[in-house]
Design a protein around this ligand. Structure first.
Ligand code: SAM
Length: 237
């Protein structure tokens, strides 16, 4: 079973939307587990204080290293990576998601306030991960994003194996566009090649659309993708 442990001030936010649909079924079937540890339980004093003012001054509060460390200890990561969700982290990519999904699970620290004292991040060798170049009010939605992306890759969670192999980022490209019935809608036709029944031509069209979308929408990905979908072309035969 793939184990997720969330260190959070808001345990009621989990499993949240992941209790529904594919991930929810997988949770009920024991494919993965979702435990929470309330950071407040490790807080200090009568008020269970978890944060304090920042050294050096400035606005906001910072989560204390001793409190976070005690929660990390209680989480007993074992062989699981300890991940701190933060806008300062490395970007969450499909490659990282694949690595995490292939492992035993993860312990996810959800920050609040201005963030977490850097010393515990370093002492616990946390992997700092960002879900995008914007600032959320807390790490919980970021943890839900990371979990959703991992859980759908766990064995048996997705219906068809292909849906994981051909989608966006699998070959470094964005996915091609999709169409379904009706073949003509509001004066808009489905690209004729998709109605041709000619598999090789459909595969070639899809690859070209993937390349075009990536070139136009994500030049950063396009420039990094050395094969430009060559692996997909080879697979399509
Ligand atoms: N002061 C921080 C900064 O400017 O980088 C932002 C703190 S934010 C209000 C509170 C918490 O939300 C962070 O500690 C982090 O856990 C989480 N968070 C916010 N944006 C995030 C993002 N893009 N990716 C991952 N976690 C994020």
């Amino acid at each position: 079973m793939w184990r997720a442990t969330l260190l959070t001030l808001f345990p009621a936010m989990f499993p949240g939307s992941l209790g529904q649909s594919l991930a929810g079924r997988a949770l009920a079937n024991g494919v993965w587990s979702c435990e929470t540890l309330d950071l407040r339980d490790f807080g200090l004093g009568r008020h269970r204080q978890v944060d304090d003012t920042p050294f050096g001054g400035g606005a906001g509060m910072v989560m204390r290293p001793d409190v976070v460390d005690a929660a990390c200890e209680a989480a007993a990561p074992g062989g699981r990576p300890l991940i701190f969700l933060t806008p300062r982290g490395k970007p969450l990519t499909q490659a990282l998601v694949r690595d995490l999904a292939a492992g035993p699970g993860a312990v996810l620290l959800c920050g609040r306030y201005e963030g977490v004292d850097q010393r515990v991040i370093e002492a616990r060798e946390m992997i700092e991960v960002s879900v995008g170049d914007y600032v959320l009010s807390g790490g919980e939605p970021a943890a839900l994003v990371l979990l959703d992306a991992c859980v759908r890759l766990l064995p048996g969670v997705m219906g068809a194996v292909e849906s994981g192999e051909e989608e966006s980022f699998s070959a470094g490209l964005l996915e091609y566009p999709h169409y379904t019935r009706p073949a003509e809608w509001e004066g808009r036709d489905v690209p004729p090649v998709l109605l041709s029944g000619h598999h090789a031509e459909v595969a070639a069209w899809r690859l070209e659309e993937s390349r075009r979308a990536t070139r136009e929408r994500r030049p950063d990905l396009w420039n990094r993708c050395a094969s430009h979908g060559g692996a997909l072309a080879a697979a399509a035969g």
